[in-house]
Design a protein around this ligand. Sequence first.
Ligand code: ATP
Ligand code: LTN
Length: 333
Amino acid sequence: MENAEKRKVVFSGIQPSGNITLGNYIGALRNFTLFDDADCLYCLADLHTLTVRQNPAELRRRTASLAAIYVACGLDPDKNIIYCQSHVPAHAELAWILNCYTYMGELSRMTQFKDKSQKHADNINAGLFDYPVLMASDILLYQTDIVPVGVDQKQHVEICRDIAQRFNGIYGDVFTVPEPYIPKATAKIMSLAEPERKMSKSDPEDTYIAILDKPEDIRRKLKRAVTDSDGEIRFDPETKPGVSNLLTILSVLKKETMKETVSAMQGLGYGALKEAVSEAVIAELTPIQQRYNEIIADKDALNAMLGRNAERAYALARRTLRKVYKKVGLYQL
Ligand code: ATP
Ligand code: LTN
């Protein structure tokens, strides 16, 4: 008998804008595999990357690479719709409509916009300002229930909810209002160089571990990771952000509670902690890298997968878009 309850829809995306980091993996990607009994869509958010100037050849390479990383991290492309945002024109189309239901005031309050405007002061373009509306379109096109992201994206999911509710308030129940999925412990992995700041793929190489880093790079970067001078292994993100970040990474990858990790490490030095983190990271990433190398070696198969999945996504997206066009009064043939 068919299950009467509607399956949940899960949607998320990552920008192919740099090397995918351990922060992206722990904060987002790893969680993408948790929704076995839902309909999941994971996009390569290539349109979003254009809000910051990209090297075209690099962007193409990184997009294919991120698709291979998704699969290598355990997302089965037959079960999950893994596709490239720019291959489904409905994203840009819905973004235009939703632009007309989003206020300048609310967009100018977005912290990511403020941060990125500071970082790219020579290129504060309209796309950067409008970024959250495109992201809302991504999510709302598929009648998404759950959006797994890191905590830095929480505000964007909230504005998406506001836009959906506003639209529904005018036209009836057109959009599902989504919920973010942000497990607290792993919501924000910190930079190795400045543990008060988020680990970010647009920062210098030595501040993050990339999913595709070699074991020797992982060991070198972790050896240099900033800690503190009191020498005690203790979980206290406020006063010991560096050590606490290492403990978080360790406990997550070893699938232990923080208490278990801390008691296993207590009394040891920071050198031993860094060594333990290195081993755990290498053990996690090695099989992913092996699968990645196989997947990326067969570009035809990868492209066929992306083509197939873009069609599946477009078929779903078109339904919502058609409804929206009708509701707002665009002339239908
Ligand atoms: P950029 O630095 O280019 O803005 P980013 O490293 O923040 O990029 P995104 O593509 O913006 O990466 O993020 C992809 C996903 O990974 C999002 O869900 C984001 O919240 C999550 N994420 C990114 N960095 C971290 C982190 N350090 N800790 C936890 N989650 C993270
Ligand atoms: N803006 C996100 C990437 C992203 C996304 C989405 C995440 C684009 N579209 C839809 C969740 C849902 C970021 O992580 N920087």
